[in-house]
Design a protein around this ligand. Structure first.
Ligand code: SF4
Length: 424
């Protein structure tokens, strides 16, 4: 009798996912494959195998990944720890050195086989039952908001970023597959799909770029379609026209990473736009898509960043009026051009700049939510916490409302009142 048929308790797997939305989608996909073949998902202390899906975007991310592996090694069942993701692609040796029970598998497509082998299943017949065509998803928000990964890789080579080395050059899911997947999700009752990629604007299948794809996906029957992060130069007039045309489906929200508001720092970062060009794209987006919410990422304390550069970032964020600002403190990532720069910003200054930008984030969020007070907003209910429901508006605003009569996955139009907004 194979281990696969000897009892599900042998097939207990846990996932620890770090980093970006793409990693979460990929973990879901690996977990779905394992679930479909008889494994079950458990907490780390019950697991025979723990998969750690790592990120390596900064030195801090590396440290978190190593900590997650060490933590997994200490789990009660002395599990095998399968490490995958970007750090596994960049620094397998260092990960292997963390313990004898560590297996490094950079290729996410091969993780299921590594897990099967670790569970003692025969390599030629790794699982007792074949994977179903559509295995159940395990990620938070299943059947409510589902990310669909349509693109991987990047060739921008921003000087602080290791992603192009870890994930390789851009490649895209065929348009027919994207449409089939979204249509199937819509038919299953999923309300919102988020098109996700490492560099979404690089989507390309034959003649079809991102704008064409968005137009096609908007007609699959999905109720809400959202785009994940998109680089400023990819916020093209063509894309905006498609968003406007399908405004009944495409959410009025864009996440456009700014990173810095100073041209000198943007150039040193290898970003492909100036501050003025960034603002021009956002203004074009707001004219094309009424009520558009714009969120962004900024990095505080990039090497060589002066007080004036920081002030320029602050001023630009205030001027644009982002609805949410994700603030990252720069930390050098070995192997990148920026890590070799010696003009480091001292940690106290970096921390202070990050603190100032986070305070601005709080203010901008409140202003954005305040402007919608008294307005009718469409909320996708994502979960019910006792007597309260938590959900997200089309503009990506977190909302809490009384749960009475609501179920996760439904959309409801409510008048936004005091106390309804805030982190969910
Ligand atoms: Fe990294 Fe720049 Fe590519 Fe983003 S666009 S993944 S920051 S290289």
């Amino acid at each position: 009798m194979s281990a696969a048929t000897s009892g599900a308790h042998n097939l207990a797997v846990a996932f620890k996912t770090l980093g970006c939305k793409v990693n979460r989608v990929e973990s879901d996909s690996m977990a779905a494959e394992l679930l479909g073949r008889g494994c079950r998902m458990v907490q780390e202390d019950e697991a025979a195998v723990i998969v750690v899906n790592t990120c390596t975007v900064t030195g801090e991310a590396d440290a978190k990944a190593r900590k997650a592996v060490r933590h997994a090694l200490k789990a009660a069942g002395e599990p095998v720890v399968v490490v995958t993701g970007c750090l596994a692609a960049i620094d397998a040796e260092a990960l292997r050195a963390l313990g004898e029970r560590v297996l490094v598998e950079a290729d996410k497509e091969a993780v299921a086989v590594r897990v099967a082998t670790a569970l003692g299943l025969a390599a030629a017949d790794p699982f007792a039952t074949p994977a179903p065509a559509r295995a159940p998803r395990t990620g938070e928000g299943f059947r409510v908001r589902v990310p669909v990964k349509i693109q991987d890789g990047c060739d921008n080579f921003c000087t602080y970023c290791i992603v192009p080395y870890a994930r390789g050059l851009p490649r895209s899911m065929p348009v027919a597959d994207v449409i089939a997947e979204v249509a199937a999700l819509a038919a299953e009752g999923v309300c919102e799909v988020v098109l996700t990629g490492i560099n979404l604007g690089r989507y390309s299948d034959g003649d079809m770029g991102l704008p064409g794809l968005v137009g096609a996906v908007a007609q699959t029957g999905i109720s809400r379609l959202r785009l994940s992060s998109i680089e400023p130069p990819d916020v093209t007039d063509e894309l905006l026209a498609v968003m406007a045309k399908h405004g009944d489906v495409v959410c009025p929200h864009l996440h456009v990473p700014l990173q810095n508001g100073s041209d000198a720092v943007l150039e040193a970062m290898g970003r492909r736009y100036t501050a003025a060009q960034y603002v021009e794209r956002i203004e074009a987006a707001r004219s094309a898509v009424p009520g558009l919410a714009v969120t962004t990422d900024v990095i505080a304390g990039f090497p060589g960043e002066t007080d004036d550069d920081h002030a320029a970032t602050h001023a630009l964020c205030e001027r644009v009026g982002f609805s949410r600002l994700h603030v990252f403190r720069y930390s050098p990532r070995e192997g990148t051009v920026a890590a070799a720069r010696t003009a480091r910003v001292v940690p106290e200054v970096k921390a202070e700049r990050a603190r100032t930008l986070r305070a601005l984030d709080t203010r901008l969020r409140e202003a954005f939510a305040g402007a919608l007070l008294g307005c009718a907003v469409e909320v996708l209910v994502e979960r019910i916490d006792g007597e309260e429901a938590a959900g997200t508006t089309l503009e990506y605003l977190d909302v809490r409302l009384p749960a009475a009569g609501l179920v996760a996955g439904q959309t409801v139009v409510v008048t936004l009142g005091e106390g309804m907004t805030g982190a969910c």
